[in-house]
Design a protein around this ligand. Structure first.
Ligand code: GDG
Length: 484
């Protein structure tokens, strides 16, 4: 990654960068101080943590939306990263973001657990916004720069950028599942998306299933030739490979060791009435996360007397998400009705069975919840990875705690010692929750330790380094020959 520009003297706005990251959102949020002043604050996500050192080292820039419709702020530097906001109008937010990205692609890529909505106007908007991102990257990239494009919002960008700047090395990582051929082919935008993704030199997926689905589609839909993990297509070659994302394990462990967090964990249990078993769920309030299945299982276990309502508490953190989209409003109503029904039947005065928290929390409070929980229930119907499962494991320094994990989360491919479940099989889910709740400390530790060891070796820094070093390696042709 070399170029002749000097990052020390380049001013944001006119600089050309050796490393560019493109994601729907910039890694900062605008927050308002109590005094009424606005400032930018780094967002809590693992992606920015992982990329931060690399971005600083290579004087990289991040291109993304700043989170508000309307004119984009001028480029600025925050925490050593150069940020280039992309403007989205109200119309773009409706069509590109809430429409095509979150009401078409998101449900379709998650097994169509909700019916994807197809809309011509949204598709046009998606195309327009992807063009805007590609044009910004083309303008800002130094000759031969590495460009790393993230996620389902920007699938057309690699192809568009390739046409504008053939000199770049372009990588793309999909954070959500890549669906089977039959599902993908429902999408009117399917050819354009495939050609968009194949504009990249390297396309990364969370799970081998996604990688295989993509390779098969390239062959079936576009007549590409597959040799090893290299796809030869009309426009060149693209490597498709699996790079399971992870978390910042060191930071998570520091939180777990923090005396204030530990005290808070004890306090949480006390505030909940010191139950024998605390079952925890932490998710964005999203229909892919299997929150309803989890609640149904818990409700039945209480009805059947297999869990004692006086001794068992469930805490469900449901972080508000995509609240303007119909699917999400309907889900919220269903979840709230179910919670209320369970509490109506099983709670007592001053004693709830389900504590439902439609709020977001800071990382320290989340870590305290992870420390307090005997059973962590992660039951998505489909999930690219699921970082909550990994965070729970990384927090449990003494090896206790029990993770119930859906086989449909990408994380299940790595966290093999969890109580693995098919969340659609309610009886199996119930049995797993009971088994996890009754596991002895020895059994918990025997399961937890190998998962903790795995995470120590596979943290988010390694994920980013693996992807970027593979992207930076000009060996695509060599690999094709070796595999032939
Ligand atoms: C997508 C894919 C993939 C949760 N509540 C709060 C909060 N969180 C944090 C968690 C965790 C993250 O948000 C959620 O990550 P997930 O992986 O569970 O889920 P998605 O948001 O759906 O993410 C997913 C991921 O991308 C990465 O590739 O794993 O499959 O769907 O880190 O701790 N953070 C804060 N307050 C909260 O209340 N600050």
């Amino acid at each position: 990654m070399t170029s002749d520009h000097d990052p020390a003297t380049a001013s944001v706005g006119s600089a050309r960068y050796d490393l560019l990251v493109l994601a729907n959102r910039l890694p900062v949020d605008r927050v308002t101080d109590p005094a009424g002043g606005d400032r930018w604050q780094r967002s809590p996500g693992g992606l920015v943590t992982a990329l931060h050192p690399i971005m600083q080292q290579h004087a990289g820039a991040w291109i993304g939306w700043h989170g508000q419709p309307g004119p984009a702020p001028a480029p600025f530097t925050h925490d050593g990263i150069h940020l280039h906001p992309v403007e989205l109008s109200e119309h773009d937010v409706d069509g590109y973001y809430e429409g095509q990205s979150n009401a078409t692609i998101w449900p379709l890529y998650h097994d169509a657990v909700e019916q994807p909505v197809f809309d011509r106007g949204w598709r046009r908007s998606y195309h327009t916004v992807n063009e805007r991102f590609a044009a910004t990257a083309a303008r800002l990239a130094a000759p031969g720069a590495l460009v790393w494009v993230h996620d389902y919002h920007l699938q057309l960008v690699p192809g568009m950028l390739r046409r504008l700047r053939p000199d770049l090395r372009i990588g793309f990582f999909l954070h959500i599942p890549f669906p089977p051929v039959e599902l993908f082919c429902q999408m009117p935008l399917r050819d354009e998306i495939m050609r968009g993704l194949l504009g990249a030199d390297l396309v990364g997926f969370q799970h081998p299933h996604g990688t295989r689905n993509f390779q098969q589609l390239a062959v079936d839909l576009l007549g590409a030739k597959l040799t090893g993990d290299v796809i030869e297509h009309g426009e060149g070659t693209t490597t498709a490979a699996t790079f399971p994302i992870s978390i910042d394990v060191a930071t998570q462990q520091r939180l777990a060791d923090d005396p204030q967090v530990r005290t808070r964990a004890t306090e949480i249990r006390r505030e909940l009435g010191d139950p024998a078993t605390l079952i925890l769920g932490v998710d964005r309030l999203d229909y892919t996360k299997g929150i309803e299945h989890r609640l149904a299982a818990f409700g039945e276990l209480l009805n059947e007397g297999r869990l004692d309502p006086a001794q068992t508490v469930m805490v469900q953190v449901a972080v508000p998400s995509r609240q303007r989209i119909d699917h999400y409003q309907a889900l919220r109503e269903r979840v709230e009705r179910t919670v209320s029904r369970i509490n109506g039947v099983h709670a007592g005065i001053g004693r709830l069975c389900v504590h439902y928290l439609h709020q977001s929390y800071d990382r320290a409070e989340l870590a305290a919840l992870y420390l307090a929980a005997d059973v962590m229930a992660v039951t998505p119907l489909r999930d690219g990875m699921n970082l909550v499962a990994k965070e729970y494991v990384a927090t449990r320094a003494d090896g206790t705690g029990a993770l119930v994990l859906s086989e449909f989360a990408g994380a299940a491919a790595e966290l093999r010692q969890a109580w693995t479940v098919n969340p659609h099989d309610l009886d199996q889910l119930k049995d797993a929750i009971v088994a996890a709740a009754h596991a002895t400390p020895d059994e918990q530790i025997a399961r937890m330790q190998p998962m903790r060891a795995h995470l120590r070796r596979h943290d988010v820094n390694r994920w980013a380094a693996d992807f970027l070093s593979r992207l930076d390696r000009p060996v695509v042709q060599g690999q094709a020959e070796a595999a032939a």
